[in-house]
Design a protein around this ligand. Structure first.
Ligand code: TRP
Length: 335
């Protein structure tokens, strides 16, 4: 009987390293909302990951609360899902240390995200940047997670998490659930408006490359108007030859809850100007109710902080259970 089966556990997180973008919303958060009833979900604001790159303290504090508020404004319900801040649950750091001792330098040095970031942050090649995937493994394994909704750029990190968990289980018997990446059906991958070959990123130095979730309608129109397209004038899906147009169709489709194919059909024979106008309208319409709720949540500071405090306690209880098992297995003396 399905109703008696234990709900599977989902874990995911976003770094508060910039104001969230339309890509975070359409590619991740929007889908997380749909998973809440079927799964037991943890949605974390991963501030400990964010400090692998230098952050301004006041900005980090503000953005951490912003991300939590955006989760809630998007429809993640803190009564159904556990919304919390990573640094509020110190067990993440504790398990990370232990897992560091079960992770090889060789496997970490193969991580493509590390290689990319190391090239970008030559002036701050700290060891946190290198062991970033181990902290991510700790996040996931602490909650005996079954499924990890991530974009394709994070799949390698889920793979290494599995490798670490399998290694640990082999040494000590079943301790960790082996997680799997969860790639949703509508896992829209939203690309930069300026360089549509790369993912829309909240840490893009060029703000015209991304639409922030809290951009006002004029800014959204302006950024979409300036979005890079191509010169052949035909609207069709072709990620290789027409990445800009394909991205705009993808954004439109995700905002309207239709498939990119349906979006393509809607715009056959139309011009780029009209497409951009319609995409702007769709984005503004989609974000309006979210922005309204975000403002409201952010204006009641005590309320948000209370929720984060309570949810961190819930997370901590589950984390402590796993950590106790781990301590016992590896030979730490019980407190
Ligand atoms: N590394 C992820 C990213 O940048 C964020 C993250 C941290 C995460 N811990 C996680 C995602 C655990 C899923 C599960 O997108």
């Amino acid at each position: 009987m399905e109703s008696l089966e234990k709900k599977k556990t989902i874990f995911s997180g976003i770094q508060p390293s910039g104001i969230l973008t339309l890509g975070n919303y359409l590619g991740a958060i929007k889908n997380w909302v749909k998973l809440q009833d079927e799964y037991h979900c943890y949605y974390c604001v991963v501030d400990m990951h964010a400090i692998t790159v230098r952050q301004d303290p006041a900005e980090l504090r503000k953005r951490t609360l912003d991300v939590a508020a955006i989760y809630m404004a998007s429809g993640i319900d803190p009564k159904k899902s556990v919304i919390y801040v990573q640094s509020h649950v110190p067990q993440h750091a504790e398990l990370c240390w232990i897992l560091n001792c079960y992770t090889y330098l060789g496997e970490l040095s193969r991580m493509t995200q590390y290689k990319d970031k190391a090239a970008k942050h030559q002036d701050n090649l700290n060891s946190g940047l290198f062991t970033y995937p181990v902290l991510m493994a700790a996040d996931i394994l602490l909650y005996q997670t079954d499924l990890v909704p991530v974009g394709s750029d994070q799949k390698q990190h889920v793979e290494i998490t599995r490798d670490i968990a399998i290694r640990f289980n082999r040494l000590y018997g079943g301790v960790f659930t082996i997680p799997e990446p969860y790639i949703g059906q509508s896992g829209a991958r939203i690309m930069s408006l300026q360089e549509p070959e790369s993912k829309m990123s909240k840490s893009d130095p060029n703000p015209n490359g991304y639409i922030s979730i809290i951009d006002d309608p004029d800014t959204i129109c302006r950024k979409i108007k300036r979005a890079v397209t191509d010169s052949d004038g035909e609207i069709r899906l072709d990620a290789e030859k027409k990445p800009g147009i394909t991205n705009l169709l993808g954004i439109y489709a995700a905002c309207c809850e239709i498939s990119p194919k349906q979006a393509e059909e809607e715009f056959i024979g139309k011009n780029y100007g009209l497409l951009k106008e319609k995409v702007s309208e769709a984005v503004i319409g989609r974000l309006a109710p979210l922005q309204e709720k975000f403002k409201q949540i952010r204006s009641e500071k005590g309320y948000l902080e209370d929720i984060l405090h309570e949810n961190a306690q819930t997370a901590q209880q589950a984390a402590i259970r796993t950590l106790r098992k781990v301590h016992k297995k590896i030979g730490f003396v019980a407190k």
